[in-house]
Design a protein around this ligand. Structure first.
Ligand code: UDP
Length: 242
C-alpha cells in the first residue's frame, strides 16, 4: 500500500481568531509526526505501507490572498504560494527526522540551495530505503493548488489512494460547521463530488483529474488519533470518493 497524504498548510499553523491556521506550529507538526510513526509501526503487521505527503502553503501564502491586487500578478502570487509549501515541507521534514522517522523532502519548484528537486527516480529510491517522502512545490506550475498536486503526484508515484486530511470527518451534504442539518456522506462518485456546488472539500480540478484516472480519494479528519493509520490500513473512515 502506498498512500499520498495531503496536509493543508492550515493544519500546520496556529488557529487564529477566524479558526484558520497561520504560522508554523511546531507542536502540531510533532503530533502529526507521532501519527505517522504509529502508522508505519501498525503497517508492520499489515504489510508494507509507503507514505508520500504533499503539504500546502495556506498557513503562510496562497495565490488568492492577492486576488484583485493590481500590482501582483497571478503567477507571482502562485509562485509565492509554492515557495510557502517549501517552507512547510522543509520544517516538517526536520521535525519528522528529529522524531525518528526516516524522511526525505523533494520539491517540484527548484530551490536547489534549500531542497532537492523532485524526480520520480529519487522518490522511488527514498521509498525503497523506507523513507517517508514529503513533497513540496505542488505541481511546480501556477494556476492550480496542492490538491491538484496531490492527485497528480499520487498518479505519477503509483499510489493506491489520496488521503486528504481535513477539519471535518468527511464530505457532508452542506458545510457542517455552519449548517446543523448537514449529513455525512460515506461514499460518493467523482461526478457527484464535482457537480455538487456544496462540496468544497477538495478542488474541482483535483477531483476531475482523480476521476479521469480512477484514483480513489479518502476525505478524513486529521485531528483524531489513529485516523491516518486507519486510512493507511484501508479502514472505511471519512468519505470515499471513487
Ligand atoms: N500553488 C500553485 N501551484 C501548485 C500548488 C500550489 O501555484 O501546483 C500555489 C497556489 O497559489 C496555492 C498556494 O500555492 O494557493 C498554496 O497551496 P494551497 O492553496 O493548495 O495550500 P493549502 O490550501 O493546501 O494550504
Amino acid at each position: 500500500m502506498r498512500i499520498l497524504l495531503k496536509l493543508s498548510g492550515e493544519q500546520l499553523g496556529y488557529e487564529d481568531e477566524q479558526g484558520k491556521g497561520s504560522g508554523f506550529n511546531v507542536e502540531r507538526a510533532k503530533w502529526i509526526a507521532g501519527e505517522i510513526r504509529q502508522t508505519l509501526a501498525d503497517a508492520l503487521n499489515n504489510g508494507k505501507t509507503e507514505i508520500a505527503i504533499m503539504v500546502g502553503g495556506g498557513n503562510l501564502v496562497r495565490g488568492v490572498f492577492f486576488e484583485g491586487n493590481d500590482e501582483i500578478g497571478q503567477t507571482t502570487a502562485d509562485n509565492a504560494g509554492m515557495l510557502a509549501t517549501i517552507i512547510n515541507a522543509t520544517l516538517l521534514g526536520d521535525i519528522f527526522k528529529a522524531e525518528g522517522i526516516p524522511t526525505a523532502v523533494l520539491s517540484n519548484v527548484s530551490v536547489s540551495q534549500v531542497v532537492d528537486d523532485f524526480t520520480y527516480r529519487r522518490a522511488e529510491s527514498h521509498f525503497k530505503k523506507g523513507r517517508v517522502v514529503i513533497l513540496a512545490g505542488g505541481t511546480g506550475r501556477p494556476l492550480v493548488t496542492t490538491d491538484t498536486g496531490a492527485v497528480n503526484l499520487a498518479l505519477e508515484l503509483g499510489c493506491d489512494l489520496v488521503a486528504k486530511a481535513t477539519k471535518v470527518d468527511g464530505v457532508y451534504t452542506a458545510d457542517p460547521t455552519t449548517n446543523p442539518d448537514a449529513e455525512k456522506i460515506e461514499q460518493i462518485s467523482y461526478e457527484q463530488a464535482i457537480n455538487d456546488e456544496q462540496i468544497r472539500v477538495m478542488d474541482k480540478a483535483a477531483l476531475g483529474m482523480a476521476g479521469d484516472h480512477r484514483m480513489p480519494i479518502v476525505i478524513f479528519e486529521l485531528l483524531q488519533e489513529g485516523n491516518i493509520a486507519q486510512v493507511a490500513a484501508g479502514k472505511p473512515i471519512g468519505t470515499r470518493i471513487s
